[in-house]
Each structure stands twice: as C-alpha cells, then as structure tokens.
Design a protein around this ligand. Structure first.
Ligand SMILES: O=C(O)CCC(=O)C(=O)O
Ligand SMILES: [Fe+2]
Length: 210
C-alpha cells in the first residue's frame, strides 16, 4: 500500500471508531458552545485580594502595531500585574483545575500555564480597552485555552465587555465577579473601552504542544 493510501485507511479507521454509537463521546457535543463559564471560580475575598494587588503594583501595558503610536492605532491600553506563582499557588491551582476540567470538552494537548497569570485594570481615565485579537501564536508551545475572570462587579463600570467574534457576530457571556469565562485561544476576542469606572480582570493562558 502506498503511504497516501495507508493514511486514508487510517483515517477511515479513526472515523469508524468515533462514529461507533457505543463509544461514549466526551468532547464537545454538536451545538454545544465553545465558550464556557464556571461560576464561583474565585471567592469574593480572593477577588478583593487580587484587586488590591493590582492597585498597589502594576505596569502600563500598551500594545501597538507600530513603534510610534498615536491614540488611535493602539491595540491595547491597560495596567497589568504578573501574579507571582510562589505567593499565589492556590490561585494557580484553581486556574489549572478550571483548564483541566474544560479540556474534557476541548481535548487539546495542554501542558502548562503560559508565562504568569495576569491581572489587569482597564480604567475610565484612559478608556482602557483591548482590540480584537487572538491569544494563540508564539513558540513551540501554543496557547490553547484562555481564561478570563472578572475581579469586580460589572455594575462598577460601563463598557469593558469581553466580546467574541463568532462567524462575524459579536457575542458575549454575562460577566460575573469571580466567574471564569473559558475559551479556545484561537477565537477572536476584545475588551470594549471602559467609559465609566474601572474594570479588573484575571487572565490566564494554558499552552501545549502544537
Ligand atoms: O481582560 C480580559 O478579560 C481579557 C484580556 C485579554 O484578552 C488578554 O489579555 O489576552
Ligand atoms: Fe486575549
């Protein structure tokens, strides 16, 4: 059998296996949303602690496509803080638990948290935002799963919606303090400008082999 023929044969075997009705399907079911939410991922006390951390110590994060940028062509405007894993192991464990659980649906190859967990502030004073982007890309290990957890109540700000572009439609899940929004890192998403108040979020990326 030539190699191509053999590959086709393998594919047929895989397909006939997954189409077998006796095989319990664990992945995403037809029609099931690829954006998931997990309530009460963090307690009100934990969110308060993380808010005070990012308030005390954060750096400006302006992402621009050009080296010289004007107010109009920036990609992102927010303050960020990178969470130290040794001091916040519990938060790291919580995030990994959410990722592992969600991955029962996604079934991606995942191995670790990318960089550090990020805390961000999007403030009214700079109309904090993050334009349409994807999180994946980079080196040998790709970002596979992205997790965003609002750290304050959305009634405290206007704008600051986390939106996803699904087939050209902008969709969003209700943001709730302490509830995780989980999505594949290849999905286009954005945070709309905060026009009033201040939005806090925790963001983590889970990476794995391509
Ligand atoms: O702040 C958020 O909820 C999302 C931020 C984001 O998309 C990112 O940092 O990649
Ligand atoms: Fe993102």
């Amino acid at each position: 059998m030539d190699p191509f023929e053999r590959m086709q044969q393998q594919m047929r075997n895989v397909n006939s296996h997954t189409e077998d009705s006796k095989v319990k399907r664990e992945g995403l079911q037809p029609g099931e949303s690829i954006i998931m939410s997990v309530d009460n991922a963090l307690s009100p006390q934990q969110t308060a602690e993380l808010r005070s951390l990012v308030n005390q110590d954060s750096i400006q994060s302006i992402v621009s496509k050009k080296e010289e940028f004007t107010n109009n062509d920036e990609v992102r405007r927010s303050q960020v803080h990178w969470l130290a894993p040794d001091k916040h192991e519990h938060i790291y464990q919580t995030v990994l638990g959410i990722a592992e659980n969600s991955n029962k649906k996604y079934q991606f190859k995942i191995s670790a948290i990318d960089q550090r967990i990020q805390l961000a502030i999007y403030d009214e004073s700079v109309q904090g935002f993050y334009r349409w982007h994807m999180d994946w890309g980079g080196g040998a290990l790709q970002r596979k799963i992205s997790i965003s957890i609002p750290l304050n109540d959305p009634s405290e700000y206007e704008g600051g919606n986390l939106e996803f572009n699904i087939n050209g439609d902008s969709i969003s899940l209700p943001q709730k303090m302490g509830a995780a929004i989980v999505f594949p890192s290849f999905i286009l998403h954005r945070v709309t400008p905060v026009t009033k108040g201040r939005r806090y979020s925790l963001v983590a990326w889970i990476k794995g082999e391509f």
